[in-house]
Write a protein of this length. Sequence first.
Length: 722
Amino acid sequence: LRAVLCATALIGCGTRQDSTVPRSGLTTRWAGDVTSERVHPEYPRPQMVRSEWQNLNGEWDYAIRSRDESFPAEFDGKILVPFPVESQLSGVARSVTPDQRLWYRRSFEIENLPDGHRWLLHFGAVDWHASVHVNGDLVGEHRGGYDSFSFDITDALRPVGEQQLVVGVWDPTDQGDQPRGKQVLEPRGIWYTAVTGMVPASHITSFRIVPNVDAGTVSLHVNTTTPGVGVRVQASALEGDREVARGTGSTAEPVTLHISDTHLWSPDDPFLYGLAIRLETGDSVQSYFGMRKISVARAPDGHQRIFLNNEPLFQFGPLDQGWWPDGLYTAPTDEALQSDVAATKRMGFNMARKHVKVEPERWYYHCDRLGLLVWQDMPSGDNEGNEARQQYANELGRVVEALYNHPSIVMWVPFNEGWGQHETEHYVTWLEQHDPSRLVNNASGWTDRQVGAVLDIHRYPGPGMPPLEGQRAAVLGEFGGLGLPLDDHTWVDSDNWGYRSYATREELGQAYADLLYQLRPLVGEGLAAAVYTQTTDVEIEVNGLLTYDRAVEKLPPEVIALNALLYGVPPRLRTVVPTAHADGRTWRFTNEEPVGDWRSPDYDDSAWQEGVGGFGTEGTPGARIGTLWDSEQIWLRQTFRLETLRFDNLHLRIHHDEDADVYLNGENIGSFPGHSVDYTLIPLSDETIGRLRIGTNTMAIHVLQTAGGQYIDAGLVEIIGL
């Protein structure tokens, strides 16, 4: 529960069948700053600030009862809001099953209201179904775990003295089909522990800020408690204390401010204008905005790229889950919340993908002021049946509306890897029309429906890139996942998990550097963005750039410094021997073990079959099938001609699944065990290049298939500017 009175609280309600949640005791350095008297005291809505407010975070009574039971006669103890009941920082660390309801209670006092004023009770989020009672009266109910909401509680208040607030919460977690992110009854693998001011009578309820970089204007759409009635409004844009633009008008139409010498917002220069909005009724709020434009367009190199403020910008950042060992879904303090953003910037990233979670508004505020681009996921549910799909639509709309004014958010991601995916084209169209100021990624990974601004794939460990298109930009929505468990910084002592795991920081650093070495040429080929998994370890996952307690940055500084190379002029690839990236190339092949030295340039392969690369089976990640190969082994040969032996960074480009041996003019130039998930670039030594000759050359390959998918394709490329 995240609640303020003006009033904001996060109630998290969860799962698991035992009554006590086992804990490792792992905490962050901010846990010691949390006391019952000081719990997230910061103003919770930096985009809509009022001077009169009361924070309801802190110590509440709690009770866990049967879902069907009414108000509890007695409460079980104290809980620290806004921390989920399962978390250490809540002071409870108990589970709530889907057949139970969690009750919260606290009292508060308010001053006498001036005539014509109202009290609003604001909730930052309640997971999942909330019923809110003030002095015994039901003032409202809400379904949805990720969007903020509010109730006018004025008529339920006593004239003077103590007021009582009771909130009942029910959450089916993964027994329901509502949007829920990664919370499950039985945590495992990538699935985590379940978590469960005064205003005038006519006042501002919300507003939209729409910057137009090309026109040098910002438009305001102000909504009030009297919709359909035009109320006079005045707005001012501020640069520090200096007013730089003013506009007046009515709430019945947009108010436009013209800003000369526009100071644009970007990760390198996250400049924010102040904003003051005042109604003729006397209500006023303080806010801010950034002047930025996001788009997809054709870059000078001919590729579709993501543009920021009319300039191409490669976007690179981590998958950000936003989980905490001590607070689970809730950061211990605001300092802790902003520390993840600051660390992401410090490590040289310009973007983060907020993964199937919606954060408190202050996280986006820190992204706005520190300059971090955000791809915002919608939390996923099963979305089976009309009721579940309607709930998804409702929550998506409310989340978009709540976060609309944050300049850091540049992309909406309605679906991840097909989880609960439905009516994709409808949601993409709705998002594009409802918010034309941002891009839409129809689905991150695996289930593209050929709509939206980008084509997104996942490759672990990768990297890789999707095929280039004429309109959409090619992005790598997830890759990496390199794991390193560090003693005294893990959620559990054993059975930790990463996509690939390493024993030391040095080994991890070398593997990360190798990933970037493979990634940079893909940028040159047209890749527009990449998302590395992930910001921090989460529960048993140990593939974070930071440990779960945020105490250790795992990568050595000299390796992290390599991130900066991705933002420079990308290297250019020149094909020497084509792979299936181009039109493919005809190979001679056989599935029967050949007699004689089949690797030799002089070998007679005329009896072998002919086929176009690559060779393999459909469905193998990263494969571009030209010829079906589904036997246990395959032997391939091809000849190619060279007119020069002068090369700039000559590389073997190979995608193998599984064990491959490659020969050049009869000599082995590499053995590649296991499998790759996409094409990999292998630098060739001077000795290997020395085996090439002017005129005809021969490449020969043997591949052994062991399990799963299968594929082989290879060629030679120069990487110019690496």
